[in-house]
Ligand binder design. Structure first.
Ligand code: PMP
Length: 407
């Protein structure tokens, strides 16, 4: 029987990581994977995470019991406040329900699974992703049987947002589609709508009775300002939308492998809101139980300790500024070095884009040339992880790009 199983291709990103590890060149540069690195290209344990970890380890009452199905209650309630704001009308009116998940991926999956079963169950709806998007979106939603399409997002010409293309595509999508939106620091482009543009996007989504699904994997990591990075989600909630949010703590806490995340369902204001939330929560609990039974505890305990303590929270915000600030510095350095070198093309997009990634506009051919000639590893679509650049390699990288572009 097993001979009917076809060989699947290797995950491109994890394949790239393996190729980087095999390369023995001392100057090699890893700009592939989306994980923060310090100025010495080393993983960075946030000092506040280290403190929380030490506190947890000293706790004589810490044990390894199961968490409840919905996860650690202090963690999910702090997560709601973080993304929605403590004063959110949705929290005051008990219009939100949240479950701890296996990081952001698990949150996207739980939301997708829930929608596949309960969102217009008798008339199949299409999910719309930005073109391009985080590639896992395609797999996660198609694994639960939802058909997908894409809306234009990135303008190759301006290396910014194709706003008109995005809006007209959402406008012409069949009524009641699911629209997946990156809350901030869009992956892979680093291009976000402005607040004015978000308002227009909300208007179109409302007019077409679409269902917004926010994916937020970079709150605080993008701009260093937690409220600013949650602005779009909070705006949609103020506007009364029913929506889902998939929240990841991988990047903003550096808790990648601990898999701390949260899924939120928020319903619209109305007299039946509490009953809706209670019914939704009961179904989400069944789905969660059948998939993971209950979520992993340790990462959520760390995040919860920080989120629920004023002093630790302030330290976390300072750590976020360290990460986002270093990345912003690298954007400036890369742009100015390319401009100094007179590398053909415009490079303002490097500093206009935000967050972990930059869509450089380099072609697949140039990307492969960079890998062969200069041992620089990046994805074929020209995306670089800004966190892989540092004061020791940014000039080397700029010169390598210059060479590849001029070739
Ligand atoms: N969504 C987006 C857009 C992402 O970039 C990521 C991280 N690469 C995730 C979700 C989820 O990642 P994780 O499961 O590690 O939290």
């Amino acid at each position: 029987q097993s001979d009917v199983v076809p060989q699947a291709p290797e995950d491109p990103l994890f394949g790239l990581m393996a190729a980087f590890r095999r390369d023995t060149d001392p100057n090699k540069v890893d700009l592939g994977i989306g994980a923060y690195r310090d100025d010495n290209a080393k993983p960075w344990v946030l000092p506040v995470v280290k403190r929380a970890d030490e506190t947890l380890r000293k706790d004589p009452n810490l044990n390894h019991e199961y968490l409840p199905i919905a996860g650690l209650a202090e963690f999910t309630s702090a997560s709601q406040k973080l993304v929605l704001d403590a004063d959110s009308p949705a929290l005051k009116e008990k219009r939100a329900t949240s479950l701890q998940t296996i990081s952001g991926t698990g949150a996207v999956h739980l939301g997708a699974l829930f929608l596949s079963k309960f969102y217009h169950p008798n008339t199949q709806r299409t999910v719309y992703f930005s073109d391009p998007t985080w590639p896992n979106h395609f797999q996660i939603f198609s694994n639960v049987g939802l058909p997908y399409k894409t809306y234009p997002y990135f303008s190759k010409k301006t290396k910014g947002l194709d706003f008109d293309g995005m809006v007209s595509s959402i406008e012409s999508a069949e009524e009641g589609s699911i629209i997946v939106l990156h809350a901030c620091a869009h992956n892979p482009t680093g291009v976000d709508p402005t607040q004015e543009q978000w308002k227009k996007i909300a208007e179109v989504i409302r007019a077409k009775k679409h269902f917004p699904f926010f994916d937020t994997a970079y709150q605080g990591f993008a701009s260093g300002d937690l409220a600013r990075d949650a602005w779009a989600i909070r705006y949609f909630i103020e506007e009364g939308f029913e929506l889902c949010i998939a929240q990841s703590y991988a990047k903003n806490f550096g808790l990648y492998g601990e898999r701390a995340g949260c899924f939120h369902f928020v319903t619209s204001p109305g007299s039946d809101a509490e009953s809706t939330v209670s019914r939704v929560a009961s179904q989400l609990a069944i789905l969660q139980r059948s998939e993971i039974s209950n979520p992993p505890a340790y990462g959520a305990r760390i995040a919860s300790l920080v989120l629920n303590d004023k002093e630790l929270f302030a330290e976390w915000e300072a750590n976020l500024k360290t990460m986002s600030g270093r990345i912003i510095e690298m954007r400036k350095a890369l742009r100015s070095k390319l401009e100094e070198l007179g590398t053909p093309g415009t490079w303002n997009h490097i500093t206009d884009q935000i967050g972990m990634f930059s869509f450089t506009g380099l072609s697949e051919k140039q990307v492969l040339k960079l890998r062969e000639d200069s041992h620089v590893y990046m994805t074929k679509n020209g995306r670089i992880s800004m966190a892989g650049l540092n004061t020791h390699n940014v000039e080397y990288f700029a010169k390598a790009v210059d060479k590849a572009v001029k070739a």
